[in-house]
Ligand binder design. Structure first.
Ligand code: CU
Length: 130
């Protein structure tokens, strides 16, 4: 009886461990600051990787207004690029919006920029990896 209880306990522990690993592998949220802490017109990070199902939280940090618009001509999948775009300008620090990478998104690079500050170099690249 004691042995059976021990066995049951270890099976339960194994099940919990598997669940923990599965949740680590599930969708993550990437926070991208719009405007560096120093006030420089940058996305931070400007280059990052994500997987289908992940979300990108675009958060106005400094020196707005900013937006985040993907260039469909410079992206692996034009329709996905359009869907990820956030054209509305954010003005207040702390304001944010979220883009969700579709489960069916084609892997590759996706170029984005802040429309008002593109010429100033506020550009970035998302790489979608399976
Ligand atoms: Cu901007």
């Amino acid at each position: 009886m004691i042995a059976w209880k021990k066995l049951t306990g270890s099976v339960l522990a194994a099940a919990v461990a598997v669940t923990a690993v599965a949740s680590q592998a599930s969708a993550k949220e990437i926070v991208v600051k719009m405007g560096a802490d120093t006030g420089v017109l940058n996305f931070v990070p400007a280059k990052f990787d994500a997987a289908p199902g992940d979300t990108i939280k675009w958060k106005l940090n400094k020196a707005g207004p900013h937006n985040a618009v993907f260039d469909s001509a410079k992206s692996a999948d034009g329709a996905v690029a359009t869907g990820l775009s956030q054209k509305k300008l954010l003005v207040k620090p702390g304001d944010s919006y979220v883009s969700t990478i579709p489960k069916t998104a084609k892997p590759g690079t996706y170029a984005f920029n802040c429309v008002p500050h593109k010429a100033a170099g506020m550009v970035g690249v998302l790489t979608i990896k399976k």
